[in-house]
Design a protein around this ligand. Structure first.
Ligand code: UDP
Ligand code: MG
Length: 315
């Protein structure tokens, strides 16, 4: 069992979170009989404060229980998390990811392990309430999940990056080689029984949020454009609608001509304007469809993931 936690400039948080994580680890070992090789992996995401010295000191003080990984530069939360997940792949039976500020409820972790023991390959932590989040974050998060749904992306609402992945889910995740990462979107594709554990979000232990609005918007934009080609299709649909409007205008012009109410120049300007505009959008949309196919191909996502093999059934 491994607990991975990305840390970016978390010198204020680590002295408080490390003892809590260690206590939790021994509790998990006792209650659930996790194997001796259970540890906390702290990933320093290119911090510029005392985060790394603190991690190294903790690793020396608690050999085997605290491990550290330092990234060469600030790669971002998702990549720091991925670095941790890659490190533990093939080295643990299950991994739980949790933010270093321990905003996610530590009591949820034993529940996650229980759900895993009951057969779930992936257990997602879901925030039941966001009372501690600033109003701006609440609004943008709600809008983001609505937009993702509209774009046809299958996400569990209010699931943050606190989750348990079984060894098998980790191996499957390793088969997604895409560079632009949005782990929350990948979970449903990774295959395996998914369970959820709900909890209330707490305030940060210390320090400030490392996720300003700019980073949040960039994560959301990446989430949409990495998982959906719906925006491209919207261009085609808009083009088709504009073309249809031009046909309506042509009909109006015809009726006016029959009624003798011709407005000189109106039809010859309006109809081609809408028709050409619509056709242009439609053709961009069609080109977009091909670009969308290229986009799907270059991701080189696995085309299938094997669930089980029953070799004995073969002759
Ligand atoms: N984090 C990271 N790299 C970054 C930004 C954040 O590893 O570039 C870590 C951070 O240390 C924390 C987690 O990601 O453990 C979530 O960040 P934070 O708590 O600041 O975000 P919020 O909870 O405010 O959304
Ligand atoms: Mg936080």
């Amino acid at each position: 069992m491994a607990i991975v936690s990305p840390c970016y400039n978390e010198q204020a948080v680590l002295p408080l979170s490390i003892p809590r994580l260690l206590a939790l680890l021994s509790e998990l070992e006792q209650i659930h009989g996790c194997s001796g090789d259970s540890y906390v992996l702290l990933i320093d995401d290119g911090s510029r404060d005392l985060t790394w010295p603190l991690i190294k000191a903790a690793a020396e003080a608690h050999p085997g229980k605290i491990r550290g990984l330092r990234l060469a530069r600030n790669a971002g939360h998702q990549y720091a998390l991925l670095a941790g997940l890659e490190y533990v792949t093939n080295r643990c039976d299950a991994v739980i990811s949790i933010d270093a500020d321990l905003q996610d409820d530590l009591d949820a972790l034993p529940k996650m392990i229980a759900a895993h023991r009951a057969g779930a390959e992936i257990v997602l932590g879901v925030k039941e309430s966001r009372t501690v989040d600033p109003a701006m974050k609440k609004v943008t998060a709600a809008a983001f999940y609505k937009l993702m749904k509209l774009m046809g992306v299958n996400l569990v609402e209010n699931h943050a990056d606190c989750r348990l992945l079984s060894a098998r889910a980790l191996t499957n995740l390793a088969q997604f080689p895409e560079r632009l990462l949005f782990l929350r979107g990948l979970q449903p594709l990774v295959h395996g029984r998914i369970a959820t554990v709900h909890y209330h979000l707490s305030p940060r232990l210390a320090g400030e949020s490392k996720y300003p609005l700019k980073k949040m918007l960039s994560l959301a934009w990446n989430g949409i454009t990495s998982f959906s080609t719906v925006p491209l299709r919207l261009i085609s649909w808009t083009g088709a609608i504009v073309c249809a409007i031009s046909v309506v205008f042509a009909g109006v012009a015809l009726v006016r001509t029959v009624l003798g109410q011709t407005l000189p120049g109106w039809a010859s300007i309006t109809v081609p304007l809408y028709l050409l505009g619509g056709l242009l959008m439609l053709s961009i949309g069609v080109v977009g469809e091909y670009v969308g196919k290229i986009f799907v191909e270059v991701k080189q996502r696995p085309r299938f993931l094997v669930d089980e093999v029953a070799d004995d059934l073969l002759p």
